[in-house]
Design a binder for this molecule. Structure first.
Ligand code: PMP
Length: 452
């Protein structure tokens, strides 16, 4: 009967919950919350939990990952075929494998001109690590041995490993973990929703001056690189003014400092382009997530030809960096077909559509007293909330969590809280009705939230 089937599902879900609690130390785990949604299958922009309840996946696998949507048989088939043919062979030393070679060549075609060199990673954090080592080594090999400092931004997110965490702008990441990697400084993010940060000045003017002052304070000859996300994701969808990156780029070039674009979220279509940084000429691009849509863990660091040549241009010294799974054949074979799907289904055209649907769907929340700002950029949505519109006090963590719970519990919509910002970053195959459903759910939840 349906009743006994439901009972069976509930028991299955409860058993998984118990095992999870007993054994798993989750990434980014909130110790006060142990009740989880355990997802067991997906299709497009919908996922089903262990109790067989469907949810609209407003976060592309919870983490801006699944660009082409869940449950693609074509990708499962290519993974199986590659695993059967050659599941793994290393790229280290004198070895190589075909899917890695083909994917590197494909990425070089998609990358901005003059960036035909690719180093594979397993994800974004180790991509940041690689990019930082590559930037420092580049200067070193050119005899510019003093260039070791790095510039990040407050609210930036580049991973939780030691170097990635050091250049990120979230201090809690280091709690209890001892000394943070030195020789890192941070500048302000282009948070235009807070004009008070810029003292009434044009944000770009302010930020370019702040950066130059910091460069001169440290000494330009000591600085290797600046890292930044084209649009900040983990900081709460912070969209810079259009002249921000071109001017930052020009300033860095004047002082010989490399620019690393962290496109782990923005790469492969989330802002409507293959790479959101293409128009402002970064030196190194870090990618992950959308490169394989999460069907296997994978990242790639793209770099200007000259930088790549420098890495392997010293016959005395190895490029002594890389992980066992750099260029994993199954992951690379999957990524190639994932890129085919993005091309074949014109998925780069989705981001502007998704932007339009959310802009329209969220129109009604702009005037709510708790809503400070609504930012929609491609398939990235950030709704910045305040607890008290009079003081501007940001919405506190516990209330953000309650709003996310309400969206999930009442509307079966998955979204995320990043500080005081409610975030949506769906699969790029999201459909119009699904965007409308998410928008309606958010409007309902925020309309019922109490103003203090
Ligand atoms: N950079 C950015 C911009 C990210 O959003 C993330 C992950 N959310 C990372 C780096 C780290 O990537 P990973 O979790 O794959 O190590």
């Amino acid at each position: 009967t349906i009743a006994s089937q439901a009972q069976g599902q509930a028991a299955y879900a409860a058993a998984l919950q118990a095992l999870d609690r007993k054994h798993l130390i989750h990434p980014h785990q909130n110790p006060t919350r142990t009740e989880r949604n355990i997802f067991v299958r997906g299709k497009g922009s919908v996922v089903w939990d262990a109790a067989d309840v469907p949810f609209i996946d407003g976060m592309a696998g919870g983490n801006w990952v699944v660009a082409v949507g869940h449950g693609r048989a074509e990708l499962a088939e290519v993974a199986a075929a590659q695993a059967e043919k050659l599941e793994y062979f290393s790229l280290w030393r004198e070895y190589s494998n075909e899917p890695a070679i083909r994917l590197a060549a494909r990425l070089a075609e998609l990358a901005p001109p003059g960036m035909s060199k690719v180093h594979f990673t397993s994800g974004g954090s180790d991509g940041t690590e690689a990019a930082i080592k590559i930037a420092r080594r580049y200067h070193f090999e050119r005899g510019d041995v003093g260039r070791t400092w790095l510039i990040g931004r407050h609210f930036g997110y580049h991973g939780t490993t030691f170097a990635g965490g050091a250049v990120s702008g979230m201090d809690d990441m280091h709690y209890g973990a001892g000394p943070v990697m030195p020789e890192v400084t941070k500048v302000s993010p282009p948070m235009v929703s807070h004009p008070e940060m810029f003292g009434g000045e044009d944000p770009t003017e302010f930020l370019v001056r702040e950066l130059e002052t910091e460069i001169l304070r440290i000494g330009p000859e000591k600085i290797a690189a600046m890292i930044g996300e084209p649009v900040m994701g983990g900081g709460g969808v912070i969209v810079p003014p259009s002249d921000y990156w071109p001017r930052i780029r020009a300033l860095l070039s004047r002082y010989g400092i490399l620019l690393i674009a962290d496109e782990v979220i923005t790469g492969f279509g989330r802002t409507g382009e293959w790479f959101a940084s293409a128009h402002y000429d970064p030196d190194i691009i870090v990618t992950a997530k959308g490169i394989s849509s999460g069907y296997a863990p994978l990242g790639a660091v793209l770099m200007r030809d000259e930088i790549g040549e420098t890495m392997v241009g010293n016959p005395e010294k190895f490029f002594f960096h890389g992980l066992t799974y750099s260029g994993h054949p199954v992951a690379c074979a999957l990524a190639l077909v994932n890129l085919d799907i993005i091309e074949r289904e014109h998925i780069l055209g989705q981001a502007p559509k998704i932007q339009g649907w959310f802009t329209e769907g969220l129109d009604g929340i702009r005037d709510l007293p708790i809503v400070h700002d609504v930012r929609v950029h491609g398939a990235m949505v950030g709704i910045e909330l305040v607890a008290d519109p009079n003081t501007g006090e940001p919405m506190p963590f516990d209330r953000m969590v309650a709003l996310i719970d309400d969206l999930r519990g009442k509307h079966r919509v998955l979204a995320r809280d990043y500080g005081p910002t409610l975030v949506v970053g769906p699969p790029l195959v999201l459909e119009r009705e699904q965007a409308a459903e998410i928008s309606t759910a958010i409007t309902d939840v925020l309309s019922r939230a109490i103003v203090r």
